[in-house]
Design a protein around this ligand. Structure first.
Ligand code: PAF
Length: 284
């Protein structure tokens, strides 16, 4: 696998690929790759001749109190993992290379509606940072297909709207959450958990499973959500939010038979965990 760090090299390499008629897939990441990321690479492979991954810890999407400096950076291990998955090209630019105008002088993209509430409500500016870097990567790579994990379900909705609003014509593919055997959704931030916290962490998914059963039995959503929120707190988490939204666009649920999604964020010690689960609300 080739690793490129300069925009000019990437452009040149991709011109050659396009001239050869290759279909290009992009897997944008912030590195510290786990099996969730590698499942994106596997999915990308199914859609394209040339699989490009990117690793860039994007400062624009971290708030002032967040973990930008301590975010795990494991380039050599990531390169090995991508190579063994058959990824063709890694783009791993520095911040200066990607943002030569500097952080403050940079054009900024905002995706209204879907960026608001949930994680967007708790992390102001986060999705503007995500939308901005993803647009830059889309412009540089001009992929036919781009793969993103469903664990960051709101992020996926933001990127789908961005793709639609800007008429980019990219096939944005959402890839199901990869879980540890005990149900914990894989995340780079799981590495922050202490041994004791790691034992508690799967309870978040267990609470979502129990909530799904209630909702699919037809128990009233507001009451079910209140009970599940209490269960999450009692399990040792400090919940950020627990919400039920329409799965297609994160709008409000529209009643019977609606394909909905439970979205949760909760702190366990200093680690913020995200999870979600789809449910089909029964018709009455
Ligand atoms: O999901 C991530 O790792 C990041 O938010 C992304 C999409 C690579 C943008 O920096």
């Amino acid at each position: 696998m080739e690793t490129l760090t300069h925009v000019s090299e990437l452009r040149e390499r991709l011109i050659t690929a396009r001239q050869a008629g290759q279909r290009i897939a992009l897997v944008p990441t912030m590195g510290n790759l786990h099996d969730g990321h590698l499942s994106l690479v596997r999915e990308a492979r199914r859609h394209a001749d040339l699989v490009v991954a990117s690793i860039f810890v994007n400062p624009l999407q971290f708030g002032p109190e967040e973990d930008l400096d301590s975010y795990p950076r494991t380039l050599a291990a990531d390169q090995r993992a991508l190579t063994s998955e058959g990824c063709d090209l890694l783009f791993a630019p520095t911040t200066n290379e990607l943002y030569p105008a500097g952080r403050d002088g940079l054009s900024n993209l905002r995706v209204p509606g879907v960026s608001e509430g949930l994680c967007g409500g708790r992390r102001p500016g986060h999705f503007d940072g995500v939308a901005t870097v993803v647009s830059i990567l889309f412009n540089l790579v001009r992929p036919d297909v781009a793969c993103f994990g469903e664990k960051d379900f709101q992020q996926l909705a933001v990127i789908r709207k961005l793709n639609q609003d800007l008429h980019l014509g990219i096939n944005v593919v959402g890839v199901p959450i990869v879980r540890a055997e005990d149900g914990l959704a894989l995340s780079s931030r799981n590495g922050y958990l202490s041994t004791e916290e790691r034992e508690v962490a799967p309870r978040l998914k267990q609470c979502l499973d129990a909530l799904k059963v209630q909702l699919e039995r037809g128990v009233e959503p507001a009451a079910s959500l209140r009970m599940a929120l209490a269960a999450i707190s009692e399990s040792g988490f400090k919940p950020d939010y627990l919400e039920l939204r329409r799965a297609s666009d994160l709008g409000p649920i529209t009643g019977d038979g609606c394909e909905a999604i439970i979205l949760a964020a909760a702190h366990l010690g200093r680690t913020r965990l995200l999870d979600n689960l789809k449910v089909v609300l029964p018709t009455t």
